[in-house]
Design a protein around this ligand. Structure first.
Ligand code: MG
Length: 261
């Protein structure tokens, strides 16, 4: 009896509190505008949605240029619906520049890969290219199947800045996916940093970077910093100088995103 009485007091109390918080009508908090744009999704998982800019559709590298020979055609090899790194041609980058975006990219380490550590299937996705060669923010690409290296240099790492949350790598010879949300850094008057870059990365569908803040463009030696303000930049792929067999890529598309509010 005593217990029932106590329950009644608690119930009355909580109803009173709920009432106080929910004055007004349900309609008061229902929003109708702006209406999100209709986007036809890709026909299969990983396929480009209707509003994406396709950066490689299996046919040519028309959306890409060489970074070694400024503005020249990207000289990597296109065959069988994929393209393959040609190391002596150097890095390639997109003709277009991007601020914030969503990107899908597929990569494959060849089945006959040799080498160890960083010299085994090394490439890289520079989320924004801040200059020639390896300047930019690098999401590492590397054979991570039973291959040991420093953990902040694994595939899925933001190179030398952020260790991936997991290692979902597939075997050499199998296609792997990166799905990235890139938030570009914001600079204010005089080049002062207002907001750092952020990257969210799914590697083969597994979250490996969760809105990770970057401390600046990748540095191979020393600590990164936002020394140079920049706006929208190209996306770049790395022809790494190691001696192992070159990687291939396919199905690359990007969706530009509005600036954060
Ligand atoms: Mg690399």
């Amino acid at each position: 009896m005593k217990f029932r009485f106590l329950s009644l007091i608690l119930l009355t109390g909580s109803l009173g509190a709920a009432h106080a918080q929910q004055a007004g009508k349900p309609e008061d908090t229902e929003v109708y505008e702006p209406v999100p744009a209709v986007v036809a999704p890709g026909k299969t998982p990983g396929a480009a949605p209707a509003d994406a800019l396709v950066l490689f559709d299996g046919k040519n590298l028309d959306q890409w240029v060489s970074t070694k020979n400024s503005g020249a055609k990207a000289g990597w090899t296109v065959a069988g619906g994929v393209f393959t790194v040609k190391k002596d041609e150097g890095n390639i980058e997109t003709k277009r520049s991007f601020g914030n975006y969503q990107l899908h990219l597929e990569w494959r380490v060849p089945a006959n890969i040799t080498g160890t550590g960083q010299a085994r299937g090394n490439s890289g996705l520079f989320l924004a290219s801040t200059g020639k060669d390896d300047l930019g923010y690098e999401l590492q690409i590397l054979d991570m199947y039973q291959n040991k290296t420093y953990v902040n240099g694994m595939a899925g790492s933001l190179y030398k800045q952020a260790i991936p949350l997991a290692n979902p790598a597939r075997k050499p010879g199998e296609w792997q996916t990166y799905d990235v949300v890139w938030t570009a850094p914001v600079f204010g008057a005089g080049g002062a940093l207002v907001s750092p870059a952020y990257a969210t990365v799914f590697f083969n569908g597994v979250l490996v970077q969760n809105h990770t803040a970057l401390t600046g463009p990748t540095q191979y030696i020393g600590k990164p910093s936002y020394a140079q303000a920049h706006g929208p930049l190209p996306i770049k792929l790395q022809a790494h100088g190691d001696k192992s067999e070159p990687l291939s890529f396919r199905n690359i598309w990007v969706r530009e995103l509005p600036a954060a509010k």
